[in-house]
Design a protein around this ligand. Structure first.
Ligand SMILES: Nc1ncnc2c1ncn2[C@@H]1O[C@H](COP(=O)(O)OP(=O)(O)OP(=O)(O)O)[C@@H](O)[C@H]1O
Length: 232
């Protein structure tokens, strides 16, 4: 079988170069006047934002400000109390299938099956996404999981489980990645590798929306920040 992601160097994983559906610089996602109320508290209102192909938007703010809530709205996993979401200038509800196909969301929870091994989890995700077989052992080695491929994920550390979870990005064909705290539990070398991988995705025309309490060390022109104020 041919590997669709040629992993040539454990420190420098190579992303598959592919034309995404939306060209670099064009509008991918647009939120218009979003409001979100949780437990009678208005987390945010009249919130508008735009994400273009090739851009990274970092959503920042204190604990409880509403970052995860916003990401869930943007991923279509929750409905805003007001406002609307447009994908390629069309209401997401009208293009839900296209949007879902072009979106990779990784939330707080790892999404891995703890009883399955890392290899089995990768096989499961591949099958779910109807992706061809590839060199998953090489991918897991890239992610620092060599030698840990065949033990149930519940026996891995939090950071190792996070690495397995993030493996989805390596074979994602989605242009837009929405990532809630992707660096949680990762050590410094894994954070650096992940940011390098983000850069590859962005320079290929991908887009990323993420939250993190850590400052990003990557240098990139298309990096924007949205600070969510904590509202009582
Ligand atoms: N499904 C829900 N039902 C009720 N309240 C919720 C729900 N989801 C979130 N909240 C509340 O909304 C507020 C914002 O939560 P959210 O997880 O969006 O914050 P956050 O900015 O991501 O925080 P953190 O930095 O701690 O991850 C919190 O006070 C939380 O209790």
């Amino acid at each position: 079988m041919r590997a669709i992601f040629p992993i040539v160097d454990s420190q420098r994983p190579v992303i598959k170069h592919q034309p995404f559906s939306v060209p670099v610089g064009q509008l991918l996602l647009q939120a218009q006047s979003l409001s979100c109320i949780r437990q009678d508290r208005v987390l945010f209102e009249q919130l508008s934002l735009q994400v273009h192909a090739g851009e990274l938007l970092q959503v920042a703010g204190k604990n409880g400000a509403g970052k995860s809530s916003l990401l869930r709205l943007l991923a279509g996993l929750a409905t805003p109390d007001e406002g609307q979401l447009l994908y390629c200038r069309q209401p997401v509800a009208d293009v839900a299938t296209d949007y879902a196909a072009n979106l990779c969301y990784i939330g707080h929870h790892s999404g891995i099956h703890e009883q399955l091994t890392a290899l089995e989890n990768l096989a499961f995700w591949r099958a779910a996404a109807e992706l061809p077989q590839a060199d998953d052992l090489a991918l897991l080695a890239t992610l620092g999981l060599a030698g840990l491929e065949d033990i149930p994920c519940r026996m891995l550390s939090a950071g190792q489980q996070r690495r397995v979870s993030l493996a989805r990005l390596w074979f994602s064909r989605s242009q837009l990645w929405i990532l809630d705290e992707p660096f949680t539990a990762l050590d410094q070398s894994a954070i650096a590798m992940l940011q390098q991988f983000f850069l590859q995705h962005l320079t290929c025309g991908g887009a990323i929306i993420l939250t993190t309490h850590q400052p990003l060390s990557m240098v990139y022109d298309g990096l924007n920040t949205l600070e969510l104020a904590y509202r009582w």
